[in-house]
Design a protein around this ligand. Structure first.
Ligand code: HDD
Length: 693
């Protein structure tokens, strides 16, 4: 392994970005033409109170530039957040399957840019809405850019890309009044669903906790489609790509998500940014499911159908490398907004399948950038530029920033010595798949089963996950005005699972189906349940410690000492900013005023002892609500000594079977139990319905 090469590869994209970076300096203000400006606050007018003059070029230029600051937002995935990072394969074992060097040479570290997004909302919408999350990764490889443009759910709503405009029109705000923003709970989406049963598997995922991730660092990513890996000898193997978060897959409580949307609409964006700034870097392992060509038809479903998964128990996910996101962008617009992903950006060794959703995407991504980024030169934008050298005869166009030299912009030519020459070695070769058939418009019969994997998903859920799914269907359909739409969805749910349909129907005023639809096949895939995910690190978690004068500062110190080193953030919250005086006379620094935050912005709450402190907190409605709400959202709630009194005031009943309800009189015992509980995320089976929201 060559460390020199690592450094070069690592620095490659960042060095390239340096070419575009403009640092603020202390020189004089100028116009865009470099004319020095000594007044940018007053227009050129006739006299002090007279009309402005058209000849004021500084005024005109300043206003004109401002008028043109906005570009169209993405038609879907408009709201997003990005970060740079690096990827390295663990070993060379994929060399048997692919010629893509970045996947099989462990001495190569490839720089990446990742953009996470929601799908339906506008650029300024809230982060914590019920939605699919985009997970798009641009690998700046030595062989050119590879974009893995995935989601945090492994299937999609539709099977053929020709239906994408219909689906998006249905899920977006309704066209007559542009309501609701960033919500799936409205008539047009559910109308589409009830008329298009191929959506059912995806709707199970969308109604599950996967649609409300706690953090972008705590969700899986999926390439969704079946792709191909092609090795140096030209042999193809089908592949599904996965991202597995090191922190496991964890989600918010639905009531909590709605409150966060008001308290901090940037919740996931801020979490990503802050964790990178704090060094708690998000980490993901790249996984692949490999299927030999000859096994294409051995499954009971079609590998080309994007509404199907290959259960991990059927074909294991092989972890092949690790990605770390360790650098925030410097300018949101230049980088996160202008980044242009395209599923057609592949490198030698990676190819497509005939999945009809994938095929339509191959058209859409390049097309959309032309309108969004204003012409064909968007690959020259710093964030999009490959580190591999670009040489071709493309010329001109809006926003051309390069000065292409020479006379010959055509191939073949003799005037430039025939350059650029056609690549010999290392060229991209399309896999010579054999295809024949008649031109027809017909969905394949092998795509006809819309329910059995929806049932598989349902069967695989823990009881608490099933409860959340039923509540989500009831919430969403409860907002649907047309009864026939509610009934239509319940009829489809009856094909997924009878009990599910009955439970949903009960909450939404629809007659529960009497007879079972398709009988439940009883199969499960344990890998689908978040109950089986990793839950062993407090990294990236936020712990609130409530404080007032008289606080036991030993507890505050213990919590900080035991958790901050693990990558968690501990904040001391009190009625006012400044400091509180601890029982031992020390001053404890307050991180934030209680009134500026809320329990929904934290993963756990700790109430230290100290009689005077606890009495003050118990008299403060914000503090009592904070504890009650954290408990309601199933979070770790911990009390030291007298701190227990605040929990009682909040209506919390103590039981022995709640590992996330912690009472201890020893500060270090308390701290270590909080650490374990916060790493375990939530106690989703807690009885808490009696606590007011
Ligand atoms: Fe798409 C953006 C993921 C189906 C058309 N898509 C977009 C982004 C992600 C995905 C993550 C945001 C990229 C970014 O951050 O800039 N899309 C998916 C997945 C799909 C999918 C996982 C199904 C498996 N998409 C899909 C279809 C079509 C599109 C079927 C059209 C036929 N998608 C687009 C687009 C977008 C886009 C219109 C909007 C902005 C952009 O491309 O750059 O071209």
């Amino acid at each position: 392994m060559s460390s020199d090469r690592d450094t070069t590869a690592r620095a490659g994209k960042q060095r390239d970005l340096d070419r575009a970076r403009v640092a603020p300096d202390d020189g004089a203000l100028t116009t865009d033409q470099g004319i020095r400006v000594d007044d940018t606050d007053n227009s050129l007018t006739v006299g002090e109170r007279g009309p402005s003059l058209l000849e004021d070029f500084h005024l005109r230029e300043k206003i004109t530039h401002f008028d043109h600051e906005r570009i169209p937002e993405r038609v879907v995935h408009a709201r997003g957040s990005g970060a740079y990072g690096r990827f390295r394969p663990y070993d060379d074992s994929l060399a048997e399957y692919t010629a893509a060097r970045f996947l099989c040479d462990p001495s190569v570290e490839t720089e990446v840019f990742v953009r996470f997004s929601t799908v339906a909302g506008s650029r300024g919408s809230a982060d914590t809405v019920r939605d699919v999350r985009g997970f798009a990764t641009k690998f700046y490889t030595e062989q050119g850019n590879f974009d893995l443009v995935g989601n945090n759910m492994p299937v999609f709503f539709i099977q053929d890309g020709i239906k994408f405009p219909d689906f998006v029109h249905a899920v977006k705000p309704e066209p007559h009044n542009e309501i609701p923003q960033a919500q799936s709970a409205h008539d047009t989406l559910w109308d589409f669903v009830q008329l298009q049963p191929e959506t059912m598997h995806m709707m199970m995922w969308l109604m599950s906790d996967r649609a409300v991730p706690r953090s972008y660092a705590m969700m899986e990513g999926f390439g969704v489609h079946t792709f191909r890996l092609v090795n140096a000898a030209g042999r193809s193997t089908f592949v599904k790509f996965h991202w597995k978060p090191k922190l496991g897959v964890h989600s918010l409580d639905w009531d909590e998500t709605q409150k966060i949307a008001g308290k901090d609409p940037d919740f996931n964006r801020r979490d990503l940014w802050d964790n990178i700034e704090n060094g708690a870097y998000p980490e993901f392992e790249l996984g692949v499911q490999l299927v030999p060509e000859e096994d294409e038809h051995r499954f009971g479903y079609d590998l080309l159908d994007p509404t199907k998964i290959i259960p991990e128990e059927e074909v294991p996910v092989r972890k092949v490398g690790r990605m770390v996101l360790d650098r925030n962008p410097e300018n949101f617009f230049a980088e996160t907004e202008q980044v242009a992903f395209h599923i057609g950006n592949v490198v030698p060794g990676i190819d497509f399948s005939d999945d009809p959703l994938l095929q339509a995407r191959l058209f859409s991504y390049l097309d959309t950038q032309l309108i969004r980024l204003g012409g064909p030169n968007f690959p020259q934008l710093p964030v999009n530029r490959p580190i591999a050298t670009v040489r071709n005869h493309h010329r001109d166009g809006y926003h051309q920033t390069e000065i292409a030299q020479g006379r010959a912009a055509y191939h073949p030519n003799s005037l430039s010595g025939g350059c650029p020459a056609l690549a010999g070695e290392g060229a991209y070769t399309h896999f010579p798949e054999r295809v024949e058939g008649r031109k027809i418009r017909k969905r394949a019969d092998s795509f006809a089963d819309h329910y059995s994997q929806a049932t598989l998903f349902w069967n695989s859920m823990a009881d608490w996950e099933k409860g959340h799914i039923v509540s989500a269907f009831q919430f969403e359909l409860g907002k649907v005005e047309h009864k026939h739409i509610r009934e239509g969805v319940v009829a489809h749910l009856n094909e997924v699972d009878h009990e599910l349909a009955v439970q949903v129907a009960k909450g939404i005023g629809v007659e529960p189906p009497k007879a079972t639809g398709t009988p439940n096949h009883g199969r499960t895939s344990p890998a689908l349940s978040q109950a089986n995910t990793a839950a062993d690190s407090p990294k990236g978690r936020k712990i609130a410690v409530l404080a007032a004068d008289g606080v036991d500062s030993g507890v505050v110190a213990s919590i900080g000492e035991s958790l901050v080193g693990e990558g968690a953030v501990v904040e001391i919250l009190a009625a006012d900013d400044g400091t509180v005086q601890a029982a031992n006379g020390a001053r404890v620094e307050v991180t934030r005023r209680l009134a500026t935050v809320a329990s929904v912005l934290y993963d756990a709450v700790v109430v230290p002892g100290g009689q005077e402190c606890v009495e003050a907190l118990a008299a403060d409605g914000d503090a009592v609500h904070f504890v009650a709400e954290a408990f309601k959202h199933c979070k770790p709630v911990a009390a030291h000594a007298e701190g227990r009194e605040l929990l009682e005031k909040a209506g919390i009943a103590f039981t022995d079977d709640d590992p996330a309800l912690i009472v201890a009189s020893d500060a270090s015992v308390l701290a270590s139990r909080v650490g374990v509980a916060v790493a375990s995320h939530r106690n989703w089976t807690r009885k808490k319905d009696h606590i007011p929201a």
